[in-house]
Design a binder for this molecule. Structure first.
Ligand code: MOS
Length: 735
C-alpha cells in the first residue's frame, strides 16, 4: 500500500506539537538547577542568601532543607555489590560525586529570574582528589569486579589468534559522546492536593517514569499521571529517572504550585548521561586463505563512582563471524563523572567500530577484498549458541550495498584512487543489533463513522511510531490511514512499551496486528448472523474466505459480494466495537535473532589539509519486512548522520584538573550539519523474519548506526593508507 507521510509531521513543523517544556499553568513557577563546582568531596556550607533575596525567588531547595520524600528513607547503603560507593539521589546528602552535580534547585516566578538567582548560589566544599582521566585510571585505578557482566567469554581457545599464520593486533579508542537531541530535557509538574501528581516529562518510558515517582512518594499508580506527547529526539537519553525530574517533583510539592524545570544545553552534558569512553583491543588470527582462526576482543570503558553502568561492547564479536576460537573480556573503571547511559546502539556501536575496523585490517593482511573476506567468514548459524538465526539476510544486504556504491570499480590498493587533488576511499562496515519482541497492550475501538482508534502508553522519540502503527493498521485492517487515530503519550492509556532497543515496532506492532485480527473476527461473527455472505458454496464464512479492503469485507471468490464495516456494525446493535489487545513477550530459545546493516561509504580526503568529506553513503539493511518504508528510511538517514558525527567530529572533552566539561555547547561539541551530510541511500532487503512477530519485521533504529563509523575509518584508510584508530578522525590526525 502507498507509503505514508508522518501523521504528526504537520503538528511538529507548525509548532502545534507540545513538548514537556511547553505546558503552561496559572501561577507556574520556574526551577533552575545550580551545579557543584568540584567533582569529588562534600559540601560544608551553602550560601543561598543572595539567591533567596533575588527578585521573584520563591525558594531555594538544597540538601539542607529538602523535605525528604518517603522514597529517600528506604535508601539502603548501596545494595549493588558492584558499586564501590554510595548511591546518588538528588539533594539527599552533602556528598559530591561529579562536577555539575545539582546542589540547589532555585525556584522563581519567571524563567529569567530563576536563571539569574541560580547563578548566585554558592557552596563551600571539602575537596577530594578527583579522577576523570580514563587513560590514567586504566594505569593506576581498579576496574569494578564481580558479576556476570564482567565474566570472560571463551569459545575454543583463548587468545588463539596469537598462534595463527596471519595475525593483527590493534587498539581502538572512542571518546565520550553525548546524545545532544534538539529538545533539551524539561519537566512540568502539577500536584493536586498532597497525593496526586501530573508530570509532563520527556521520557522514552511512561511506565518507568510513573513507577519511579510512585516509589519516591509512595503513591498508587492511579495518582501518578505521566504525559509525553512529543519528544524532540533522545537517542537513549530519556530512559532513566534523572535528578532534575526528581528535583522538579519534590520542588513542586514544596511550593504547592505548578513547577517547570528546564535543563540548559551545558547541563545536557552532565545530567542526562552519555556514551561511555572506551578503549578496545582486537587480536585477530587467520589462515593465509583468509579463514578466521581466532578473535580476541577486549574492552575497557568508563562508569561513574556511584552506579555501575555496563553495556555489551564485546558481545557482537561472539556471533557476527564464523570462527572456532573467540574470547572476550570487558571491564569498567569508575570515574568522578556523572553516570553514562544507553546511546543509540549502546555497546554495539562501540563494539562494531573496533571489530569492523579490525576485520578490515585482517582482510588487508591476507590480501583479500574486505567484502569478500566478510563473506568467506559469514556465520550461517549463531556460533555463540549453535542456534539457527530466525533470519539473517546480511549477505543480501552486503550485495545490495556493494552494488549501490559501485564497489566492483574500487581499486583495493590504498591511496590509489583520486578525483582531482582529492584522495578517494571506499569502506564497508557491518552493523548488528539484537532483534526481539516485548509485551504491549493496545486499546482498539472501531466506531460507527468508520474510524479506528488505537490507544497505548508509548512515546515516540522520533522514529515515527504513530506513523508506522497507522500504516500497519491501515494495511492490515483495510481502511484508509486517515480513518485511523493513533493516540499515545499518556500513562493512563493501556500500558504500551518503552521506546528503546529497536523494539517498538516489533512489540507494539504485534499487538496492533493482533488487535486488527480480533476486530476482523468480531466483524465476521456479526456478519455470520446475516445472510450477506450466504452463497451456494459458502455457508459458514471465515477469515480466510474474505478480503478486507477500503472499509469493506468481500468474498475472495466473488468481490462483488461485499459489505462495509460500518454496515456490519449496525447489525451488532452496539455503536462501536471495543477491545483491549495484549501481547506477551516473545521468548523462544530455539533461535538467535539479529538485525543487520551493511554500510558502504565513499570519502574524499584532502591530502594537504587532512579534511575528510563523506561523499556518498549506501546503507543496506536487513530488518525483516519493512512496516513503514518512509519512516524506516528516515531512521537510517538519522543513524548514519549520528555515525558521521561519531566518526569525524564528536568528542567530549573534560578538564581533568577539575573534572569539568570543556566543550559543553553546540559551538564546541561538533555534530554534523547539512554540509557534512551527503545523499544517503537507504536500501532494504525487505525479507520477512518468520519467527519474531507476525509482521516479519526486525528492529531498525540501532543498526542504522552500528557499523557505520568503522565504514568511515576503513574508507579513510583506503583513501590515505593511514589507519586512524582513535575517533573522531579529525584533520590533525591525518597530516
Ligand atoms: Mo535506545 S539507546 O535503546 O534509546
Amino acid at each position: 500500500m502507498k507509503d505514508l507521510d508522518r501523521v504528526d509531521g504537520k503538528a511538529k513543523v507548525t509548532g502545534a506539537a507540545k513538548y514537556a517544556a511547553e505546558y503552561n499553568y496559572p501561577n507556574l513557577a520556574y526551577g533552575i538547577i545550580a551545579g557543584s563546582t568540584i567533582a569529588n568531596g562534600s559540601i560544608i556550607a551553602m550560601d543561598t542568601k543572595n539567591a533567596e533575596q533575588a527578585p521573584g525567588v520563591l525558594t531555594v531547595i538544597t540538601h539542607l532543607n529538602l523535605p525528604k520524600p518517603p522514597g529517600y528513607k528506604s535508601v539502603t547503603e548501596n545494595e549493588k555489590p558492584l558499586s564501590p560507593k554510595k548511591e546518588y539521589k538528588v539533594f539527599a546528602d552533602n556528598i559530591i560525586r561529579f562536577n555539575g552535580q545539582p546542589i540547589a534547585l532555585v525556584i522563581a516566578d519567571t524563567f529569567e529570574r530563576a536563571v539569574y538567582a541560580a547563578s548566585l548560589v554558592k557552596a563551600q566544599y571539602v575537596k577530594k582528589e578527583s579522577h576523570t582521566d580514563f587513560n590514567e585510571e586504566r594505569k593506576t585505578g581498579k576496574p569494578i569486579e564481580g558479576g556476570d557482566d564482567f565474566k570472560n567469554y571463551v569459545r575454543g581457545d583463548a587468545d588463539a589468534y596469537k598462534k595463527a599464520p596471519v595475525k593483527i593486533e590493534a587498539e581502538y579508542t572512542i571518546p565520550i559522546e553525548v546524545h545532544n537531541p534538539i529538545e533539551m530535557h524539561a519537566v512540568t509538574v502539577v500536584w493536586e492536593g498532597d497525593d496526586k501528581v501530573t508530570v509532563y516529562d520527556k521520557t522514552q518510558s511512561l511506565m518507568d517514569a510513573q513507577k519511579n515517582i510512585m516509589d519516591l512518594f509512595n503513591l498508587p499508580e492511579k495518582n501518578v499521571h505521566i504525559i509525553c506527547h512529543y519528544i524532540g529526539g533522545a537517542f537513549g537519553s530519556a530512559f532513566s529517572f534523572w535528578p532534575h525530574t526528581a528535583a522538579a517533583v519534590m520542588g513542586a510539592k514544596k511550593i504547592g504550585k505548578p513547577l517547570k524545570v528546564l535543563l540548559s544545553r551545558d547541563q545536557m552534558f552532565t545530567l542526562v548521561g552519555y556514551r561511555p569512553q572506551a578503549v578496545q583491543k582486537l587480536g585477530i588470527g587467520a589462515r593465509e586463505d583468509g579463514k578466521l582462526l581466532g578473535i580476541t576482543h577486549e574492552a575497557d570503558a568508563i562508569t561513574c563512582s556511584y552506579q555501575t553502568f555496563t553495556e555489551g561492547i564485546v558481545n557482537i564479536s561472539r556471533t557476527l563471524y564464523s570462527c572456532p576460537n573467540v574470547n572476550t573480556r570487558y571491564k569498567v573503571y569508575p570515574l568522578d563523572l556523572s553516570v553514562p547511559t544507553w546511546m543509540r546502539g549502546p555497546g554495539e556501536t562501540t563494539g562494531t567500530y573496533a571489530l569492523e575496523c579490525a576485520i578490515d585490517e585482517m582482510a588487508y593482511a591476507v590480501n583479500m577484498d574486505p567484502l569478500e573476506f566478510r563473506l568467506l567468514n559469514y556465520s550461517e548459524t549463531d556460533p555463540e549458541n549453535n542456534r539457527p538465526y530466525s533470519s539473517k539476510f546480511l549477505r543480501e544486504a552486503l550485495q545490495l550495498g556493494a552494488d549501490g556504491i559501485g564497489w566492483k570499480d574500487r581499486n583495493p590498493k590504498p591511496r590509489s584512487m583520486k578525483e582531482g587533488d582529492l584522495l578517494v576511499g571506499y569502506g564497508v562496515g557491518t552493523g548488528v543489533f539484537g532483534a526481539w519482541r516485548g509485551g504491549a497492550s493496545v486499546g482498539a475501538k472501531f466506531t460507527s463513522d468508520g474510524t479506528l482508534i488505537l490507544q497505548t502508553a508509548v512515546t515516540d522519540m522520533g522514529p515515527g511510531t504513530a506513523t508506522a502503527m497507522t500504516k500497519l493498521a491501515s494495511d492490515k485492517f483495510g481502511i484508509p490511514a486517515d480513518k485511523i487515530k493513533f493516540i499515545m503519550g499518556d500513562s493512563n492509556l493501556p500500558p504500551g512499551i518503552n521506546q528503546g532497543g529497536s523494539g517498538t515496532t516489533s512489540s507494539l506492532g504485534t499487538t496492533v496486528n493482533n488487535a486488527v485480527v480480533t476486530l476482523k473476527q468480531k466483524l465476521i461473527d456479526i456478519v455470520k448472523q446475516t445472510s450477506v455472505f450466504h452463497t451456494e458454496k459458502i455457508h459458514d464464512v471465515d477469515l480466510k474466505d474474505l478480503v478486507f479492503e477500503n472499509g469493506y469485507m468481500m468474498l475472495a471468490s466473488d468481490p462483488s459480494t461485499k459489505i462495509s464495516y460500518t454496515e456490519v456494525l449496525k447489525y451488532s446493535g452496539s455503536p462501536q466495537l471495543e477491545i483491549i489487545e495484549k501481547s506477551e513477550d516473545y521468548n523462544d530459545n530455539k533461535y538467535s535473532s539479529y538485525s543487520y546493516s551493511a554500510h558502504f561509504v565513499k570519502v574524499l580526503v584532502n591530502p594537504a589539509t587532512g579534511v575528510v568529506t563523506i561523499n556518498k553513503v549506501v546503507s543496506a539493511i536487513d530488518a525483516g519486512t519493512i512496516v513503514s518504508e518512509k519512516t524506516a528510511r528516515s531512521q537510517i538517514i538519522g543513524g548514519v548522520i549520528g555515525g558521521i558525527g561519531m566518526a569525524l567530529m564528536e568528542e567530549g572533552v573534560i578538564d581533568h584538573r577539575y573534572g569539568r566539561w570543556v566543550n559543553n555547547s553546540f559551538a564546541d561539541y561538533h555534530v554534523p550539519v547539512n554540509k557534512d551530510v551527503p545523499h544517503i541511500e537507504a536500501l532494504f532487503v525487505n525479507k520477512p523474519d518468520p519467527i519474531i512477530n507476525p509482521m516479519g519485521s526486525k528492529g531498525i533504529g540501532e543498526v542504522s548506526m552500528t557499523g557505520f563509523p568503522a565504514a568511515v575509518a576503513n574508507a579513510v584508510y583506503h583513501a590515505t593508507g593511514k589507519r586512524i584508530r582513535e575517533l573522531p578522525i579529525t584533520a590533525d590526525k591525518l597530516i
